[in-house]
Design a protein around this ligand. Structure first.
Ligand SMILES: Cc1ncc(COP(=O)(O)O)c(C=O)c1O
Length: 436
């Protein structure tokens, strides 16, 4: 049974069918939410959701149920538990399709994670379409996952990488993007939807429009954006979009690549092997159509089921409520951190745009403290159960631009509350005293 067969089965559902589970919209009650996450005990102040978010019990149960009651391979067996696994796996694709408003389920490719999704685009679309001298535009905010695959193409085929800078306010330099695009050599603009260090959100729709006007495609790295704001690929009009399940309250080991149907159809397979062929002879093979074409081998079945459950879990809440709750926490964290002597919040001067007043920082705040190394700080905070990340956060070019080798990051998820943020300032002040 292929994705297409499952889709045909699904067509017997009413036309507004979206999820296989009915979702009731719930008011956002942070404490009630927190109680659904078994790892979040009193002893843990988890402020590292930008690295990986915790899983609600329903996600853990769904994965457990798969392994206990219908663990089997997909698209292969004809016996009942294999059929059930195939249906659950393809249901997960429908959930993702609906969640990001893709036009067609075949536009959803399951990968091992956001990193693999971006590599897929570079190694499949990039190798087939780019030639020496073609340009790929990246922003200085990018995670290494959205840098190194393009650097490999620079080495292998001689493409050029153009970098777009940010202002002191953390805003992407759109004039610079215009100048680069006007030269007519850009084939792809590949940018993050939300920085994993300073939390700023580049204006993706504007960037997509500009790139398309200049004849270039766009890839959005939505690894951070996906859990904090509504992502609608048709509205953004992006050509590719990548994210990971584990930053969306789902399991590790699964990611998504959204790709425009026509583009995916014309791209060569990224990996080859079982599950993605029409026919193999001793001399050659022919590929199936997307999505299977890009899912060689046994896919992440339990992870897809977990991701579907995570999406259904998150979809109980309105984006407006999620944004309000998280922005409230981040504003509070900004005030608390700003009041600490010698602490410098990096990359942004505030979490609101001073002109428009629109909140422009989401998910995280990055900071440094004069005289205290981020690793030493997070070590001490860790002893108090406060989990934060230190280092370059896989964004060395951004740290070079900011003139720092490393930073500390406070990042939040839907389950955090003000009481947790309140623990941070005294703990940091105590750490500063120790290092004085
Ligand atoms: C902005 C951004 N892009 C890509 C990635 C890579 O995600 P993964 O390690 O899940 O592949 C991350 C991970 O932190 C990220 O923050």
């Amino acid at each position: 049974m292929t994705c297409e067969d499952i889709q045909k089965k699904k067509l017997s559902f009413p036309s507004d069918f979206e999820f296989s589970t009915i979702i009731i919209i719930m008011p956002l009650n942070p404490n009630q939410i927190r109680s659904q996450f078994p790892l979040l005990t009193e002893e843990i102040t988890y402020l590292d959701s930008a690295a990986t978010a915790q899983n609600p019990q329903s996600v853990i149960d769904a994965i457990n149920d798969f392994y206990k009651t219908y663990n089997s391979n997909v698209h292969r067996g004809l016996y009942p538990i294999s059929d059930k696994a195939t249906e659950a796996y393809e249901d997960a694709r429908l959930s993702v399709q609906s969640f990001i408003n893709a036009k067609d389920p075949s536009e959803i490719i399951f990968t091992g994670g956001c990193t693999e999704s971006i590599n897929l685009v570079a190694k499949s679309w990039g190798k087939a379409n780019l030639k020496k001298g073609d340009q790929v535009v990246l922003s200085i905010l990018e995670h290494h996952s959205n840098i190194t695959p393009w650097q490999q193409l620079k080495e292998e085929i001689g493409i050029e990488i153009e970098w777009i800078d940010i202002s002191e306010e953390g805003e992407l330099d759109i004039d610079q993007l215009d100048r680069v695009l006007s030269k007519g050599k850009v084939k792809l603009v590949s940018v993050t939807g939300q920085s994993n260090v300073i939390g700023v959100r580049p204006p993706i729709k504007e960037i997509t429009d500009k790139a398309h006007d200049a004849g270039a495609l766009t890839l959005v790295d939505a690894a951070q954006l996906i859990a904090h704001h509504k992502v609608d690929v048709q509205d953004l009009d992006c050509d590719f979009l990548a994210f990971s399940g584990h930053k969306l309250y789902g399991p590790t080991g699964i990611g998504v690549l959204y790709g425009n149907k026509e583009l995916l159809k014309n791209m060569p397979a990224f990996m080859t092997g079982g599950g993605m062929i029409k026919e193999v002879t001793k001399d050659s093979f022919t590929s199936t159509d997307p999505p299977e074409k890009f899912e060689a081998g046994t896919p992440p079945i339990a992870q897809a089921i977990g991701l579907k459950t995570a999406i259904e879990w998150l979809s109980q809440f309105k984006w407006k409520d999620i944004e309000e709750h998280e922005q409230g926490l981040l504003s509070f964290a900004f005030e608390e951190l700003s009041s600490i002597e010698r602490l410098n919040i990096i990359g942004v001067n505030g979490i609101r745009n001073p002109e428009s007043g629109i909140r422009k920082v989401s998910g995280c705040l990055g900071f440094t403290i004069e005289g205290v190394h981020p690793h030493d700080l997070t070590d001490l905070l860790g002893e108090k159960g406060i989990c934060m990340r230190a280092g370059h956060h896989c964004t060395q070019p951004l740290h070079d631009k900011l003139g720092i080798p490393a930073s500390t990051r406070l990042s939040i998820g839907i389950y955090n509350n003000e009481d947790e943020i309140k623990k941070v300032r005294p703990a940091i002040e105590e750490a500063i005293k120790i290092f004085e």
